[in-house]
Design a protein around this ligand. Structure first.
Ligand code: CMC
Length: 390
């Protein structure tokens, strides 16, 4: 049965051609449509980044205003969504809720979800980008038992999200500009990352011709796993564990455990399939971490100090050096989100919100490609040969 190449984990198979995101894992370089992530984080905001990923070019002022206008027109979700939410337990994991809500969105737009129709793809893209912050915030508020906050369209994308998360109807919510910028940066850094597991899932799911909401819901489901989007949650829990055991002095013992392959313990937030150098997003995230902690008066935050000490020790350790294991984006993003007040179990939901634009850009690219076919991997059959039922 040697007709097909056997490549578990897609270690050496390119499943598509793409002009969206470029990663040079050895150099630690990440480009969206050719632009370095550092420059985008410095000079652009998330709306520019969304426009860039979807259209291939950065918007001029008029294009940006028009795009923002279209997004803000779609920030509300149908009131019926509240009843869907009510079916969940209050303590449901937000990712379980979000997978359902995103898939459920398609039910409201039956007349405009034909994935092969460019106009339908366009309106679905705007709807998804506009509604994700609303859905994530609703999942959070539901768990807390607080009233939902309707979107407020004179705020920025990040500002509106923060208000829906932390505002209440009883008082005016003031967006802190440092937190707003940090939130926006988290969105930019997570916006796309070429053919990772969730993006490949979205492509494969969409290749059957299903509707865009269903394909993005598949991406949300895939992202949930701890080896992917769940890693920031796992990284923060790891830091809490080390802290509980005694903090910085216990790092040596923890590293010893990580090196023991039988322990099953990994240094979460370290290592990457593609980056064999410092993840450029981790550097930007560390910068944001400094800014946010300073703004919150948490410069002496023991968890941040612990993370920095752990990073330093790991980067000098032969085990990590020889395997080219460096911090990835998730190493610091949990600390930033915790400082903002986002609960740990919502971290992956924030990642899903930010990655939605990347998933859509990749889906659109696939559908627009004349060579696109339904995705259908082959297998090497190793089961029983033909036999008769006795
Ligand atoms: N801690 C300890 N050892 C590690 C780690 C780690 N975090 N990551 C890799 N290794 C070891 C691994 O055990 C293997 O050792 P050996 O050669 O002795 O068997 C070697 O390094 C190569 O690792 P691998 O598992 O073959 O690499 P992979 O490309 O299959 O896995 C990974 C990549 C990200 C799943 C893995 O590095 C990992 O589990 N890291 C921790 C979880 C994490 O931070 N994930 C976030 C990824 S970035 C965000 C995203 O994409 O969602």
């Amino acid at each position: 049965t040697g007709m097909f190449t056997y490549d578990p984990g897609f270690m050496s198979t390119a499943a598509c051609q793409s002009a969206i995101t470029y990663i040079d894992g050895d150099k630690g370089e990440l480009l969206y449509r050719g632009y370095p992530i550092e420059q985008l984080a410095q000079k652009c905001n998330y709306m520019d980044t969304c426009y860039l990923l979807l259209n291939g070019e950065l918007p001029n002022a008029a294009q940006k205003a028009d795009f923002e206008d279209r997004v803000t027109k779609h920030t509300m979700v149908n009131e019926q969504m509240q009843f869907f939410l009510r079916g969940f337990r209050r303590d449901a994991h937000p990712m379980a809720v979000l997978t359902g809500l995103v898939g459920g969105l398609s039910a409201f737009y039956h007349d405009s979800t034909d994935i092969n129709n460019p106009e339908h793809r366009e309106i679905s893209a705007i709807r998804l980008i506009a509604k994700m912050p609303t859905l994530v915030a609703m999942a959070y508020k539901y768990g807390k038992g607080e009233p939902y906050m309707y979107p407020q369209n004179n705020l920025s994308y990040a500002g509106n999200f923060l208000r829906m998360m932390f505002g209440t109807p009883c008082e005016d919510y003031k967006v802190n500009p440092v937190i707003e910028k940090a939130m926006d940066r988290i969105f930019i850094l997570h916006a796309d990352h070429e053919q990772n597991a969730s993006t490949s899932t979205v492509r494969l799911c969409g290749s059957s011709g299903t509707n865009p909401f269903a394909a993005i819901a598949a991406g949300v489901a895939c992202l949930w796993g701890p080896a992917h989007g769940g890693a920031n949650e796992a990284a923060l829990n790891m830091l809490y564990d080390i802290q509980k055991q005694g903090g910085v002095e216990k790092i040596g013992e923890f590293i010893k455990q990580v090196k023991d392959k039988n322990s099953g313990v990994k240094l979460m937030g370290f290592g990457h399939r593609v980056y064999k150098n410092y993840d450029p997003r981790a550097k930007l995230m560390q910068e944001t971490c400094n800014e946010v902690l300073a703004a919150m008066g948490l410069e002496k935050d023991p968890l941040f100090a612990l993370a920095k000490a752990l990073e330093k020790i790991a980067l000098e350790d032969e085990y990590f050096v020889s395997r080219k294991l460096y911090p990835n984006v998730d190493f610091y993003s949990g600390i930033v989100q915790r400082a903002i007040g986002i609960p740990v179990n919502l971290f992956t939901g924030i990642f899903a919100l930010a990655r939605t634009v990347g998933w859509i850009a990749q889906l659109n690219e696939m559908i627009a490609d004349p060579e696109y076919k339904i995705g259908r991997p082959r297998q090497l059959y190793v089961g029983s040969p033909r036999r008769d039922v006795p």
